[in-house]
Design a protein around this ligand. Structure first.
Ligand SMILES: *Cc1c(COP(=O)(O)O)cnc(C)c1O
Length: 407
């Protein structure tokens, strides 16, 4: 069954441009770089109306013509929705911003993070190829999304996570049917295990950017954002950057939309946000390098961006530089302060990675990298509920005298 027109034509090496065929599973290119999906946008331009697509239900699955999935039978759906853009006026004002500041709250997606976008696509494509067993390294949210969608499609999943991954995520993965392993190392060490076990275990490696379709799922953030703003882009996007899939994906989405005539040539300034305790992309950006060196002794509570080495480093850095944005690092202290402030002043609970984008916006404006009246979109990539929170509760003895004035 092929219910929607499909324009997916082939894959291309992101470094050499070498062509790879659709219709069979791929990991990295022969050059060891990520593969990017390509579409017949000329044909699609004449046949597909952006308004008709945007009017559909189904969250990110509505963008079928710009996704690689051909058959409806491969679609794995768990109640996907368009994530809201929420304004945070009090927080923005306290940060010194005078323009509109939006939080795109990705924590509302199935499994509580934007990893759902990427993994739904990766699992759907794996299903279309008849793959039965998937494996990945994960800092928590990716494994949660993979396990849910894999189980939904009757596939096995293996998750390798650093041993200090948030407990909520580890248990969520296991409960959703994954085999979960706590590894004494960082995410790239977990990735090495996935690679090492591949022949023996016969699993397909779904690591960030090591298969071509997670980025296609993450791309839908760019499509959705432009549609929500009335087919235009904001002045600036702040993206908490680990492997960088979302940033690279949105940048790709803007190009595809321009080729379709859905938006013009304007682009947001892309800010890649990292924590000071793990900032390989920021270091490469500051050094003027195109590739990032592995960050040693990575340390941050923002687990989603605790990624010491990213295979798509050059794609992140190219997009940031082309856009006129920057790569910025923020401290653990300002991340925590930002999270507390947004929760207290605007009632919106951010995950630490999302809070990092708020801190980075403040920094960018303070350092003169961005006008104070710029319209900004901050990505809150996951639910704040999965992370440790400070204990603010006071014990109260119901049998004793309550000192009401002291509450
Ligand atoms: C994975 C993750 C990130 C980083 O996303 P990338 O696209 O890999 O850079 C940021 N925040 C959260 C909550 C995540 O789960």
């Amino acid at each position: 069954m092929q219910s929607k027109a499909n324009y997916f034509t082939h894959l291309e090496c992101s470094q050499t441009g070498e062509r790879y065929e659709a219709g069979e599973p791929h990991n990295l290119s022969k050059a060891g770089k990520p593969l990017l999906a390509r579409y017949d946008l000329d044909k699609m331009k004449d046949e597909v109306d952006r308004g008709a697509v945007w009017a559909r239900e189904g969250g990110f699955w509505k963008w079928r013509e710009l996704l690689p999935v051909v058959d409806d039978a491969d679609i794995c759906a768990l109640g996907e929705l368009d994530t809201p853009l929420i304004d945070v006026p009090a927080t923005a004002k306290a940060s010194g911003a005078t323009g509109k500041v939006w939080v795109k709250d990705e924590g509302r997606l199935p499994t509580g993070s934007f990893k759902a976008r990427g993994l739904a696509l990766a699992v759907a494509m794996a299903h279309s190829f008849g793959l039965k067993r998937l494996a990945m390294p994960t800092n928590g949210n990716a494994g949660a999304a993979m396990s849910a969608y894999a189980s939904r499609m009757g596939m096995e999943s293996y998750c390798f996570a650093p041993e200090d991954t948030p407990e909520a995520n580890l248990r969520e993965m296991a409960l959703q049917g994954a085999k979960v392993f706590k590894v004494n190392g960082f995410i790239h060490h977990c990735g090495a295990l996935v690679g090492a076990g591949k022949d023996k275990m016969g699993w397909f490696d779904v690591s960030t950017l090591k298969e071509p379709y997670r980025i296609e799922g993450k791309k839908t953030m760019g499509l959705e954002l432009a549609a929500q703003l009335g087919w235009r882009v904001p002045d600036a996007i702040f993206y908490p950057t680990g492997g960088g899939t979302g940033l690279i994906g949105m940048w790709k989405a803007f190009d595809e939309m321009e080729q379709l005539g859905w938006i013009g040539s304007e682009r947001p300034k892309m800010f890649a946000v990292q924590a000071e305790g793990c900032a390989p992309i920021v270091k490469a950006y500051e050094d003027g390098a195109r590739h990032a060196e592995e960050w040693l002794d990575a340390k941050t509570a923002a687990m989603g961006i605790r990624v010491p080495k990213a295979i798509g480093d050059f794609l992140i850095l190219d997009a940031v530089r082309e856009s006129g944005g920057a790569a910025l690092a923020v401290s653990e202290t300002v991340i925590e302060t930002a999270r507390t402030r947004c929760a207290r002043q605007d009632g919106l609970l951010l995950c630490p990675e999302g809070a990092a984008t708020l801190a980075a916006m403040e920094k960018a404006m303070g350092d003169g990298l961005l006008a104070r009246d710029a319209e900004c979109v901050l990505f809150n990539c996951g639910s704040g509920l999965k992370y440790a929170m400070p204990d603010g509760a006071v014990a109260l003895d119901r049998h004793g005298d309550v000192d009401w004035g002291a509450l």
